[in-house]
Write a protein that binds this ligand. Sequence first.
Ligand SMILES: NC(=O)c1ccc[n+]([C@@H]2O[C@H](COP(=O)([O-])OP(=O)(O)OC[C@H]3O[C@@H](n4cnc5c(N)ncnc54)[C@H](OP(=O)(O)O)[C@@H]3O)[C@@H](O)[C@H]2O)c1
Length: 260
Amino acid sequence: MDKIGIIGIGNMGGAIAKALCEEKKNLIIYNRTESDMDGFKGIDNVTIAKSNVDLVKQAKYIIIAVKPVVCPTVAKEIKDYLTDESVVISIAASYTLEKMERLFPGRKIVIGMPNMPAIVMEAMSAICPNDRLNENELKDVIEIFSSFGEVTELDEDKFAAFTAVCGSLPAYIYMFIEAAADAAVLNGMNRKDSYRFIAQTVLGSSKLILEGKEHPAKLKDDVTSPSGTTIEGLKVLEAHGFRSGIIEALNEAAKKYREM
Ligand SMILES: NC(=O)c1ccc[n+]([C@@H]2O[C@H](COP(=O)([O-])OP(=O)(O)OC[C@H]3O[C@@H](n4cnc5c(N)ncnc54)[C@H](OP(=O)(O)O)[C@@H]3O)[C@@H](O)[C@H]2O)c1
């Protein structure tokens, strides 16, 4: 694959860079604060660029991993150095294809939405290319996103829903884990063990859906024995609006995405 450039080595850019390094991809990176790239110095397949422009001159695939508010500044800096072969990949929340095409007129563009588990190479990402990419370029982009988890090609009108259920959801899952650990501590368990036990339970429960392909309602029913402990807790969750709370939270996240 041609050289991949990453602009912005923060949480997400750093995770993507680490994954691509492990895949031995030909990589070039640049970050405003130089010291943030220290961990990548001396790695065979990684070049540290002198600037964003230097990076763009060397890479075919250019992943922009800066905060959304910084994207126009970066675009202004690099746009005159892109060629007809460059593929610009944005992972900035709210940057639609239309918005990107305004920043990079006439260029090959992909909008992508990874999520935080990219750090452990278990992301769920969505991508949507414009119609300028050829088949091989699209294959390469899928390979790039696959290096840090699962990826799906998605119509742009599904990005608001996707960002809510994959981008925001990790935060709510962490809140859920934290609250469950509070309950465990309240009942005498130490916090460290609680986090480990609960996280493994969330992981295993997810695997049952991914691998067993069972309906979540059936799995819930299987855990809920007559007159047992689970149904007692379930009754309380229903009384506190657990389901509607989740639906409303994710709906608000999707709404906010559309307004940005
Ligand atoms: N975090 C997530 O879960 C997540 C999920 C999906 C998508 N995203 C998207 O990913 C993007 C990055 O998010 P993040 O959480 O990784 O942010 P972050 O940790 O703040 O990383 C952004 C990085 O960009 C660097 N930077 C700022 N201006 C620059 C410039 N002009 N040239 C080169 N580098 C520059 C920053 O360096 P300094 O240290 O100098 O500021 C920082 O290291 C955002 O657009 C976000 O919407 C994030």
